[in-house]
Ligand binder design. Structure first.
Ligand SMILES: Cc1cc2nc3c(=O)[nH]c(=O)nc-3n(C[C@H](O)[C@H](O)[C@H](O)COP(=O)(O)OP(=O)(O)OC[C@H]3O[C@@H](n4cnc5c(N)ncnc54)[C@H](O)[C@@H]3O)c2cc1C
Length: 536
């Protein structure tokens, strides 16, 4: 496996011999898995392969040249930032070029106007630290501070801190996108000059082209540079403490503090979220699933199972914690005011404060995301959706019901209905449903469950984030929009008529269902006899 010699030579003349390789050992290093997100599932086994070559451009101009060469020699390519997102970030066709973007590591901070300008190789950890050094902060997803900020913001971009900060789409300011044919689009104020302070326009807001709702997963070009909005924080330092695996940030308690409340019922838990939003206090407000506590306490797989094995359907059903992050954004007095309001709300609702560590392990500068597959080896979020707070708080129960049929191979979890939290001061809600399995076992049931959740959402009329390339486009397309798939395919054909950029996304999941024998029995929706895309 390799790419054509002529194409390879042309690419080498752009980046230099040091930054391109078709060495089988190097290419093998870019195989999806083993272990981690979506690991071992049919999609990974059927749809991914190792690259024919790997190239590492340094600048936007080099990315443009690489992409133009791919178009000239008909070499399919996939953009790749850190690859943490699993199979969907990896090569899907033979002799494909993987464009590793980690050398795009430019970093500028504009303290006065609260933004940071980065290349796609910059991960969140230094962004958060530099922002905090200047009294600002950003949101880091649960995937961790080791993920690319750009890759995260064009697909995801949320955490419990979204209670205050809100939708990720709005934090994308001036951006550079190399289109699938190598042309450069400058978005927002970058279209008019060199100051990236503004993200919208000119004309239509092209940020929809970057991500839709939850991302196009690399099939409509490569973002090489983005200005990201930072938001005012508080001035005290958060100090790293502990020794791995027990590391955390020590919080300055008069300015930043987590408080856990045990609530008497789910109704009180949900009402607390609405009331906290209405009062416009706090930096984060989230449910804590019992499951998280077991993960946080356990230092190894065995210990996790020892702790988790003691839980029952009853203990899970009656566990109602609301975890609140108080931040004294402007002063200690403001923090005290927020705490007084919070205590009033909790007293009315019967919430009891529980001891909480004076530190943060998970959300301000996360480093514990690999714990997500500690229990079984593999994990996926089958949905993570921002909708109304009322949908967010019931969505997980439907998932828990459906999951029973597929447990095992899914990990037994006594009907845990997932996680929900407040978003944008309660104007919106977020829910996420996570499942775990052992990738060395037969995972057919997990593949089936994943697809059946899309049908369940359609039937129950739930909005879902797993649209676009995440599920078969011809299953979700006619039902949402309706017919959003027709628009998505028109946009793809217009900008990438030969589908050179990460084929066969966005029809990859449709293709998977056609190619995997064990998926065929589930196909009960209409689609063209031959999927409308060029063959690679
Ligand atoms: C365990 C786990 C938990 C997670 N929890 C959260 C969470 O709570 N909140 C949250 O917001 N996110 C979460 N995520 C998502 C994650 O943090 C990142 O959004 C994701 O990993 C993308 O960053 P990356 O560097 O891994 O991108 P990659 O894996 O490199 O790429 C992701 C996709 O984007 C494409 N891509 C990469 N770079 C570019 C580019 N420059 N231009 C165009 N396309 C590109 C790739 O082709 C691929 O399809 C989670 C992920 C995991 C594995």
């Amino acid at each position: 496996m390799s790419i054509q010699k002529q194409a390879y030579n042309a690419l080498e003349s752009v980046v230099g011999a040091k930054y391109i390789s078709d060495d089988p050992a190097v290419c093998e290093g870019y195989r999806s898995g083993p272990g981690g997100y979506e690991s071992g599932l049919g999609y990974e086994r059927v749809m991914t392969t190792i690259p024919g070559a790997v190239v590492m451009p340094k600048t936007t101009e080099e990315v443009q040249k690489v992409v133009k060469i791919c178009n000239r020699y008909k070499v399919a390519y996939v953009p790749y930032s850190t690859g943490f997102y699993g199979p969907r970030s990896h090569c899907h066709v033979e002799n494909e070029l993987l464009i590793d973007l980690k050398r795009l590591n430019s970093f500028e901070i504009d303290e006065k106007h609260f933004h940071i300008v980065v290349g796609s190789g910059v991960i969140y950890s230094p962004i958060q630290q530099e922002a905090m050094n200047k009294g600002a902060y950003v949101i880091i997803g649960g995937g961790g501070a080791q993920a690319s900020a750009i890759a995260n913001l064009i697909g995801d971009g949320w955490s419990p801190l979204s209670h205050r900060i809100g939708l990720p789409h709005r934090r994308i300011l001036g951006t550079e996108l190399v289109l699938p044919d190598g042309e450069l689009v400058k978005m927002g104020s970058l279209a008019e000059g060199s100051d990236p302070f503004w993200g919208d326009g000119p004309g239509p807001d092209l940020r929809g082209l970057l991500r839709g709702f939850t991302g196009l997963r690399g099939c409509l070009g490569i973002v090489t540079k983005m200005a990201i909005k930072t938001l005012p924080f508080q001035p005290e330092p958060l100090v790293p403490t502990g020794v791995a695996p027990n590391t955390a940030l020590a919080l300055p308690q008069k300015r930043v503090k987590w408080v856990n409340f045990q609530m008497p019922s789910k109704a009180a838990q949900v009402k607390a979220m609405f009331e906290i939003g209405k009062a416009e206090i706090a930096g984060a407000v989230t449910k804590v699933p019992l499951f998280w506590r077991a993960i946080a306490k356990a230092e190894c797989k065995e210990e996790f199972w020892e702790i988790w094995g003691k839980e029952t359907e009853e203990s899970i059903k009656n566990f109602f914690i609301v975890r609140v992050l108080l931040i004294g954004y402007t002063s200690e007095e403001q923090m005290q005011y927020d705490e007084n309001v919070l205590n009033d709300i909790m007293t009315e609702l019967g919430g009891i404060a529980r001891p909480t560590k004076p530190s943060d392990e998970s959300w301000i500068k996360n480093a514990d995301s690999a714990g997500m597959w500690l229990m079984c080896g593999s994990y996926i979020s089958v949905d993570y959706i921002i909708e109304s707070l009322s949908q967010a708080t019931v969505h997980g129960e439907s998932y828990a019901d459906l999951k029973k049929k597929y447990t095992p191979p899914l990990m037994p979890d006594n009907g845990d209905p997932g996680w929900f939290q407040s978003f944008e001061l309660g104007h919106q809600g977020y829910s996420e449903f996570l499942v775990y399995w052992d990738q060395d076992e037969d995972t057919t049931g997990v593949d089936h469950f994943y697809l059946e959740t899309a049908k369940m959402n359609i039937k129950e009329r739930f909005y879902t984030s797993l649209l676009g390339p995440h599920q078969p486009l011809y299953l979700t397309g006619p039902m949402y929009g309706p017919n959003y798939h027709e628009w998505l395919l028109k946009v793809k054909d217009e900008f990438d008529p030969i589908w050179v950029c990460h084929p066969p996304v966005p029809l990859a999941h449709d293709d998977f269902v056609e190619r995997a024998e064990w998926m065929k029995s589930l196909k009960d929706w209409e689609s063209p006899k031959k999927l409308p895309m060029p063959k690679w």
